[in-house]
Design a protein around this ligand. Structure first.
Ligand code: HEM
Ligand code: NAG
Length: 493
């Protein structure tokens, strides 16, 4: 016994000495809590509302970069902007992988590499991102931007007509209508196809997309403890069912018709045409790639619908925010017409409400995974290490923001009244895997929000709340009370 204790002591002293004497040597692994057998440090995450709050708490003990085992998966958490930039930008190429969660495979036909957001980095991903860029990141003054504006302006008419059918001054469930509007904006813009809000199949698919968006925003123990799988059998089957039915809908209700009318001698009519044309030109792309890419991007609409709901929840909680948006709408449109995308530049407050919502919601960045043995800040990071980007800290940390707990859209306005975002504010991440849909998010959420608030005051009960560290609200979420604005808005459209 004594021998073992003294051996340990000797080893301890030696390792301490070697650390002291070899200053420039690699620092080894980042420090971190001692993992439990089997579970690792999963129990530490359960003690907070969101895993990111747990990460911030742990960083107070172990520093801005620390190691943690989740189940048996080795992970590293980076908690300040310099470290985050090192992972996402300077060494972006070393951290191009994604977690290998079973759920992710189930959602994408058995292989998460089919997904744009959940695949490992590859040449194929580079191609897929570049096809999507023109359409999913449309530049101001491009043909695509005009199309986004036109599609948005048309769809909000249908959207308003649906909303106006709802009873007023009583709590109503508007999320399905918001989601259907977003879905039609996407399918019309990307596939030149839209659907009736009464279409049962369309309703079902919109619901499944929303379920998936909620699902992707949740963490499950089975992600890190795959031996729990037998308990998740029903859940996994549900995921497969959702994605299979979505696939069938997209093939039969969108692609078949598009393919029949595709003209290779004309410029692509939309994103779907561009994808189908690319299939003919590029031997490295196959039919599956095309369908999954389209499916993935159409699915982006759920993120926007949820963001709109989270923004409305903030407006219910801070009515003065809604009043300020309305002042801006009234000034810009004279209430003679509905707001459109070209009004956005003149409505910086409304835009800043969306940024402040994104800041407070602090949507997590999908974890990255080291694809090679590499380093962060001199610490060695072996291939396969999962890296969590603690953007929650960037969004709500006292070092980064004045009064971070308050909802203050004005923080994004310069004294001259322009929208300015601090460089450490990266709600869509940064680097080679940055969000491709961010321009569409800014465009479509703006038109829906401005259209709704031009016509209605929005209020609600105590249940109207968003969850921290999440831009998703549950598929069945809070209800809102819509009150037509008094005096009624004159509209010429
Ligand atoms: C509330 C709205 C949204 C937020 C807050 C958001 C945020 C993000 C974030 C944080 C990432 C991870 C980037 C990284 O890992 O470094 C991401 C990836 C991605 N987003 Fe979004 N996003 C939103 C909406 C959308 C929409 C509407 C689309 C599609 C039109 C979209 C398409 C993508 C794609 C394809 C990726 C994966 C990129 C890659 O891994 O290479 N997003 N998004
Ligand atoms: C996913 O893609 C990466 C990069 O091309 C590759 O290394 C990996 O083996 C693929 N995974 C599967 C399950 O095919």
């Amino acid at each position: 016994m004594l021998a073992i204790v003294s051996l340990c002591l000797v080893l301890l002293v030696c390792s301490w000495l070697s650390r002291r004497t070899r200053k420039d040597a690699p620092k080894g692994s980042p420090p971190g809590p001692k993992p439990l057998p089997v579970f690792g440090s999963l129990h530490l995450l359960g003690q907070h509302d969101t895993p990111f709050e747990a990460f911030t708490a742990l960083s107070k003990t172990y520093g801005d970069i620390f190691s943690i085992s989740l189940g048996t998966t080795p992970c590293v958490v980076v908690n300040n902007f310099d470290l985050i930039k090192e992972v996402l930008i300077t060494k972006g190429g070393d951290f191009g992988g994604r977690p290998d969660f079973l759920r992710f495979h189930k959602l994408f036909g058995g292989d998460r590499n089919n997904s744009l957001a959940l695949c490992d980095w590859s040449e194929l991903q580079k191609t897929r991102r570049s096809i999507a860029r023109t359409y999913c990141s449309p530049r101001f003054t491009s043909l695509q931007f005009d199309s986004v504006n036109r599609v948005g302006a048309e769809e909000v008419n249908t959207f308003l007509a649906e909303i106006q059918k709802l009873p007023i001054n009583t709590p109503v469930d508007i999320k399905p209508i918001v989601l259907k509007a977003c879905a039609n904006m996407f399918t019309q813009y990307m596939c030149s196809t839209s659907f009736s809000y009464n279409d049962k199949e369309f309703q079902k698919i919109v619901r499944y997309f929303d379920e998936i968006f909620w699902e992707i925003n949740q963490g499950y123990a089975v992600d890190f403890l795959p031996w729990l799988l037998p308990f998740y059998h029903g859940h996994m089957n549900k995921l497969t069912k959702w994605s299979t039915e979505i696939r069938q809908f997209i093939l039969s209700r969108i692609i078949d018709n598009h393919r029949a009318t595709l003209d290779f001698n004309s410029p692509p009519r939309d994103f779907t045409d561009a994808l189908l044309m690319h299939l003919e030109e590029d031997p490295n792309m196959n039919w599956e790639h095309i369908i999954f890419e389209l499916e993935d991007f159409i699915g982006g609409h759920s993120a926007i619908g949820n963001l709109v709901m989270v923004t409305l929840a903030a407006i219910v909680k801070y009515p003065e925010v809604g009043d300020s948006i309305r002042k801006e709408i009234d000034a810009v449109t004279g209430n003679m017409r509905g707001p459109n995308l070209f009004d956005k530049a003149a409505m910086p407050y409304t835009e800043s409400v969306l940024w402040e919502t994104l800041r407070k919601a602090s949507s997590p960045i999908v974890p990255h995974v080291a694809s090679v043995d590499t380093e962060i800040c001199g610490f060695s990071i072996p291939k396969g290490t999962m890296v969590f980007i603690n953007n929650y800290e960037l969004n709500v940390g006292k070092e980064y923001w004045n009064k971070p707990d308050e909802f203050l859209p004005e923080r994004f306005l310069s004294p001259a009244g322009n929208v300015v975002k601090p460089t450490h504010f990266i709600p869509f991440s940064t680097g080679k895997r940055t969000c491709i849909g961010q321009r569409l998010v800014q465009c479509f959420s703006f038109v829906i929000l401005a259209t709704l608030l031009q016509k209605f005051d929005v209020s609600g009960g105590d249940d109207v709340a968003a969850r921290p560290g999440c831009v998703a609200v549950p598929p069945d979420c809070f209800k809102l009370i819509l009150t037509p604005r008094n005096p009624p808005v004159i509209s010429s459209d």
